[in-house]
Design a protein around this ligand. Sequence first.
Ligand code: ZN
Length: 111
Amino acid sequence: MLCTKCNTENEPGVKYCINCGAYLYGVDNIKREKKSSDTSVIAIISLLIAIGSIHFFVFSIILAPIAILLAIVSLAEINSSHKKGKELAIVAIIISSIIAFIWIILFLAGS
Ligand SMILES: [Zn+2]
């Protein structure tokens, strides 16, 4: 990590410059970057669609598969980019699976 005051190259993760003793902001910046890794938007959308398909059950035959698909896409995104929201995607898959299960029962009961 490069010191902003004297341009000395310091070991990564060091808090203070070995040459001039200046505080190395990079340490905090790394922490902030990790914190700012935000929740996967696709995971949020998939959960919203899953919840929406409970509310508008008539449309859930279309919405539930979309929610499952988006949740799977978001899980792949979360794994590759270390985003948050894995729980949301899993909840979305669980809700959608239950809805899909209900639809299967309804079809079997109807036929
Ligand atoms: Zn320095």
